[in-house]
Design a binder for this molecule. Structure first.
Ligand code: ADP
Ligand code: ADP
Length: 226
């Protein structure tokens, strides 16, 4: 179980540009919160602050009620899925999924059972020996998700994970991500500039513009407003 709370979060980049101007969001346990808005509105900056990859200029970010402002990315119990997959090209599917667990010193038999169980969930169990270049775009995206899931994180962060895929595959993966997130019940924050993607996926929709929240609520409520 995990709640994620942003309280008046602000980001001023070196040079003085204010990319996020006091954002507050309370994300309930198991919810999928989508951040949507035009390029440059501060979505990635916000996501990277939740991940611990970017410092917070002021405000607080809490996970399960505990302020994580000064906790490093590897100690936040968070997994991130990127648009460019960020797979290691020289490693097999198995090794890509095992990498994070090995780094954390997880015992080998546990790594093996978790990688195989995750691969099964994602229908990658026949592809464990392949290299990323021997996979389709959708399969690569599933490996990237597998790498996140295998660690059993409290929170998933998605940074435009589907934007490199063609329209048909994007539709397919959208459904897969939604089902997976629902089945696993992992609290998630998902960044996109695609309104359809936002509508389909979100339990909770946050529309951002120029560093502030313009609207926030259930997708139907947000898009029905004039
Ligand atoms: P989005 O994800 O919505 O496209 P970003 O969070 O990437 O937006 O960027 C928000 C704003 O902050 C943009 O104007 C961008 O140019 C600026 N920005 C992003 N990273 C930096 C940085 N490292 N230094 C200065 N400005 C940055
Ligand atoms: P192979 O065809 O022998 O599997 P690749 O061409 O895929 O090798 O790999 C290139 C290099 O990457 C080799 O030097 C190999 O030792 C290294 N490599 C392959 N898998 C891993 C891994 N899981 N961790 C670290 N290095 C690896």
């Amino acid at each position: 179980m995990a709640t994620v709370d942003l309280n008046d979060v602000r980001k001023v980049y070196a040079g003085g540009f204010e990319a996020v101007k006091g954002v507050s969001i309370a994300i309930p346990d198991k919810a999928l919160c989508v951040l949507v808005g035009p390029s440059g509105c501060g979505k990635s900056t916000l996501l990277r602050m939740i991940a611990g990859l970017e410092t917070i200029s002021s405000g607080t970010i809490s996970i399960d009620g505990k302020v994580v402002n000064n906790i490093g990315p590897t100690d936040r119990d968070i997994a991130m899925v990127f648009q460019n997959y960020a797979l290691y090209p020289h490693m097999s599917v198995y090794d890509n999924m095992a990498y994070g667990l090995r780094n954390r010193g997880t015992p080998k038999p546990e790594i093996d059972s978790r990688v195989r169980a995750t691969a099964k969930t994602l229908e990658l169990d026949q592809l464990l020996d392949r290299k990323p270049r021997q996979l389709s775009g959708g399969q690569r995206q599933r490996v990237a998700m597998g790498r996140a899931i295998v660690r059993n994180p409290k929170v998933f962060l998605f940074d435009e994970p589907l934007s490199n895929l063609d329209a048909k595959l994007r539709g397919q993966m959208r459904v897969e991500i939604k089902n997976l997130q629902r089945n696993l019940g992992v609290t998630s924050v998902y960044v996109t500039h695609d309104q359809l993607e936002a509508m389909t996926l979100a339990d909770m929709l946050v529309v951002m513009n120029a560093g502030v929240i313009e609207q926030i609520g259930a997708p139907m409520d947000v898009y029905e407003k004039p």
